[in-house]
Write a protein that binds this ligand. Structure first.
Ligand code: NAD
Length: 473
């Protein structure tokens, strides 16, 4: 029986592998060391890539139904150990247990759903003279690189479609949150053929080693925009296909006819879930002047009623910021807002001293459009609430961002909301909800939010190359 709370090892070629050096994994709620994770050496990375290359021919030749079964099995393993995975998640990531459990359950569901997706075969021509069809064949070894904010879900978004389509994988979780994926790798050793799914953990050097490795055929990356640019530069040298899911600065546009009693909880949750450390969090809330005070009240009331605390403590609704560098960034943004005389409706003070990276939920009252808190991706619980009066102007402001990940429109008039939604320059737009992302919904960032697609048919095909077969009759 695998113990989920100790002896963290990498999975390379179907075996547990330790390393000479280790990384301290810090609990962001108390800054204590939760565990030591392996710090992969260059040789060990070479071994992982070699193992994935060796496993590829047999895996791609494995009947699709068997690959479906094994992708679904990943979900079953997550579900079977959901409680322990959730606890481990909270210990290293900080999110309160309930939210951690939701992520593990969702990832389990996700594997089952991806396992059922069809890999399309398109018939281009079927005439008297010939038949031409296009199949989608695997690429080889996929490098999956994931961040620390959703360490289970965002990994599964890569593992499930990569393996289903017949690729093998080397997964690299974030150095801040490697523990859940290291354990998933260990648990899957009993089920997957050796080399199909390798998991390596390491410090800052490991990402560049992996993305520049000549044995990698595709990079599927989720993380920040600056790192995404570096990954794309590296990939260019070997002409590797990349999928980049990057940062965002999602705008919510709240119209005067918003049915606040129905959507206030959603607006609040979408802004502060995971303490704002979510690529598609509402990061700028534009509220029509007629309902600004009402919306502000609803948000402030909810913020005041929420408890920010250790995710393992009963009653904590929001956890700490996941790591010290991000904590410093969020504090800097708050400091900048204060120095520029912006008013906080709630929050805005980060108590000094004490252990843990806690930031009280903060709402900034109508900051100017060019303030940092509006222009930058906070990636923390700091929400600018911005007044607008003219719809054309607010659409322009929403679109002025260098990001284009998601956005949302909130109104009782669905037709009007859809019309506004279709003018937003983002990969996903929701009406009267946000953050609904499913295995069957393509998710793509426009502008600096990314390159390529995850999820849905388009996302699945990013793990394949088209191969057209034309047969003369
Ligand atoms: P990050 O870019 O610092 O790190 C992401 C991953 O890349 C980590 O595993 C890291 O070790 C690795 N890495 C770092 N340098 C690398 C390099 N040169 N080559 C290859 N890999 C390298 O991001 P983060 O701080 O972990 O995550 C937060 C960011 O991720 C935010 O900007 C957020 O919006 C974004 N994000 C985007 C999505 C999305 O789907 N669009 C989802 C979640 C998070």
């Amino acid at each position: 029986m695998t113990d989920l709370f100790s002896n963290f090892s990498m999975t390379i070629d179907g075996r547990s592998v330790a390393s000479a050096a280790t990384l301290d994994i810090i609990n962001p709620a108390n800054e204590e060391v939760v565990a030591k994770a392996p710090d992969c050496s260059r040789e060990q990375l070479d071994q992982a890539v070699a193992a994935a290359r060796k496993a590829f021919p047999a895996w791609r030749a494995t009947p699709l139904d068997e690959r479906r079964r094994l992708v679904a099995k990943i979900g079953e393993v997550l579900a079977q150990h959901a409680e322990d995975f959730a606890r481990l998640f909270t210990l290293e990531q900080g999110r309160p247990l309930r939210g951690a459990r939701l992520e593990v359950d969702f990832a389990a569901f996700w594997c089952g759903a991806v396992a059922k997706l069809e890999i399309p075969v398109e018939v281009n021509e079927d005439s008297e003279l010939r038949r031409s069809e296009t199949r989608h064949i695997p690429l080889g070894v996929v490098a999956g690189i994931v961040p620390w904010n959703f360490p289970v879900n965002l990994a599964v978004w890569k593992i499930a479609p990569a393996l289903l389509t017949g690729n093998t994988m080397v997964l690299k979780p974030s150095p801040f949150t490697p523990l859940t994926m290291l354990k998933l790798g260990e648990l899957m050793q009993d089920h997957l053929p050796a080399g199909v799914f390798n998991v390596v953990s390491g410090g800052d050097q490991l990402g560049p080693w992996l993305s520049s490795h000549p044995g990698i055929d595709k990079i599927s990356f989720t993380g920040s925009t600056p790192t995404g640019k570096r990954v794309m530069q590296t990939a260019a040298e070997n002409l590797k296909p990349v999928t980049l899911e990057l940062g965002g600065n999602d705008a919510a546009i709240v119209l005067p006819d918003v049915e606040l009693d129905k959507v206030a909880d959603k607006l609040f949750g979408a802004s502060f879930a995971n303490s704002g450390q979510l690529c598609v969090a509402i990061k700028r809330m534009y509220v029509h002047e007629d309902v600004y005070d009402k919306v502000a009240d609803a948000m402030v009331t909810r913020a005041r009623a929420s408890k920010v605390g250790d995710g393992l403590e009963q009653g904590s609704n929001f956890g700490p910021i996941q790591n010290r560098p991000q904590f410093e960034k969020v504090k800097d943004l708050i400091r900048d807002a204060r120095e520029n005389g912006l008013k906080f409706l709630v929050g805005g003070d980060v108590p000094a001293g004490g252990k843990g990276f806690f930031v009280p939920l903060a709402i900034v009252d109508n900051p100017p459009e060019d303030s940092r808190v509006v222009q930058e991706e906070a990636f923390g619980p700091v929400l600018p609430l911005i007044k607008f009066s003219d719809i054309d102007e607010v659409i322009e402001r929403a679109n002025a961002s260098e990001y284009g990940l998601g956005g949302s429109v909130w109104s009782a008039d669905t037709h009007k909301a859809i019309e506004i939604a279709s003018r937003l320059e983002t990969g996903t737009i929701w009406v009267n909800e946000t953050q609904y992302i499913m295995p069957w919904t393509p998710f793509a960032g426009h502008k600096l939010s990314g390159f390529g697609v995850e999820n849905g048919r388009e996302g699945l095909l990013e793990f394949t190359s088209p191969q057209t077969i034309t047969v003369a009759k």
